[in-house]
Design a protein around this ligand. Structure first.
Ligand code: NIG
Ligand code: FE
Length: 398
């Protein structure tokens, strides 16, 4: 076992949920990490000895971001679709078929290489946990392949055979739902922790409430946790369905009526509303009303939804700046939602909060206060703190 003492912390943001301030900020604090675990947190003046020491020079330490919604296993490019949207084309999910074709045509090595590049990109911006969905294969073999590749990078793999009805089933939707709930789930389920479905009456390609219910119930029956894409393109049944089935998360929540907000507030211990403001930015859509949800007592997470169609960015700092600028969240609420909140949506308490015994997933901000996450949009101030590399550097110092 090797231990590392981290000192020189300008602001330690714990998100520990027990302090009087939401972020549980400690000043003059230090932290000891043993292997992958936080072993000690306390006053820097009382820090115990450790095998190695890292001085972060007055920077901020936060829990690494938990990006609880992404679609990173894909090939191909849809930049032209994005450009068309910026001049007024609406998004209806039809472009997903373009990515499905490109992904099916890619080799395993190519998909793995592309995913590895995207993982490096998000780590460079401070993300330490990422959930990854399948959903651009939509055959038994291609969905299994996507999840196998995703599992090389994260335990938070989600089966999204219910992303859209692929073109070859457009005239027999029921047969596709049978495939997803039958042979596809049977083959893909063992590689996934979660099942998700795109429940959206405003897309001709996505699933209605009855189809989505069938898919989610089949996943629950083999022990998968539930997640739902809901209320993205207009009012719809996604939120109600997610709460009815005790899903861990309902994601997007862009168009909610009062009844949706009420059920989410009642279900706050079980179902998290995951907001994805990068999608609204990249699809020219109105933003979800986070302030209304927070006032009602809804549990909120922030995630990127990084995907080739509605948001090709995995930048959690950017998501935080959008949440603050466009959705009425305070910088503290946004950072909490991007760490502890998104961990809750994955039903994890070992990440997203810096407490003794938790995973030592740390990010460092090149800034004197966490406020800089929203204050310096687009500037790469957040990085994962790689303990091995940092302590080598520290010990190499004269
Ligand atoms: O979360 N809404 C459905 N799925 C993705 C978009 C996928 C795509 O357009 O490729 C989303 O926005
Ligand atoms: Fe998504």
């Amino acid at each position: 076992m090797s231990s590392t003492l981290i000192t020189g912390i300008g602001e330690l943001v714990t998100c520990d949920g027990t302090s009087s301030d939401l972020l549980g900020i400690r000043s003059n604090a230090a932290l000891v990490v043993e292997d992958d675990t936080i072993a000690w947190i306390g006053a820097a003046a009382e820090a115990p000895a450790a095998d190695a020491k890292i001085d972060v020079g007055g920077r901020v330490i936060i829990p690494g971001f938990v990006d609880s919604h992404s679609h990173l296993v894909f090939a191909g490019d849809r930049a032209a679709e994005f450009a068309a949207r910026m001049t007024g084309e609406p998004y209806d999910g039809g472009g997903i078929g373009v990515t499905v074709a490109a992904t099916r045509a890619a080799s395993d090595d190519e998909l793995t290489r592309l995913l590895a590049g995207r993982i490096a990109e998000l780590r460079a911006l401070g993300t330490t946990t990422v959930e990854i969905k399948s959903g651009y294969g939509l055959t038994v073999a291609d969905e299994v392949r996507a999840l196998t590749i995703a599992r090389q990078f994260t335990p938070e793999a989600t089966f999204l055979g219910g992303h859209v009805v692929p073109a070859e089933y457009a005239h027999d939707r029921a047969a596709y739902v049978d495939l997803v709930t039958g042979p596809m789930l049977e083959a893909a389920g063992p590689y996934a922790r979660w099942i998700d479905v795109f429940c959206e009456p405003h897309s001709p390609h996505a699933f209605d409430a009855d189809e989505a219910r069938q898919i989610l119930k089949a996943g629950a029956a083999i022990g998968l946790g539930l997640r739902v894409h809901g209320n993205q393109l207009g009012p719809g049944p996604g939120v109600q369905l997610a709460v009815e089935l005790a899903a861990a998360s309902v994601d997007h929540c862009t168009f909610l009526d009062d009844a949706d907000v009420d059920v989410l507030a009642d279900a706050a211990d079980t179902t998290v509303a995951t907001l994805l403001p990068g999608v609204e930015f990249c699809t020219h859509s109105p933003y979800p009303d986070a302030a209304r949800l927070l006032a009602a007592g809804v549990s909120i997470a922030l995630a990127s939804d990084c995907n080739p169609g509605t948001c090709y960015s995995s930048s959690m700092p950017w998501v935080i700046s959008l949440a603050v600028r466009e959705m009425g969240m305070t910088p503290a609420q946004a950072l909490f939602a991007a760490t502890a909140g998104s961990a809750k949506s994955l039903r994890r308490t070992d990440i997203g909060q810096l407490t003794v015994g938790n995973r030592a997933d740390l990010a460092v901000l090149d800034a004197p206060t966490y406020l800089h996450l929203a204050y310096r949009p687009g500037v790469p101030i957040a990085h994962v703190l790689d303990l091995a590399i940092s302590s080598q550097r520290a010990s190499a110092r004269p």
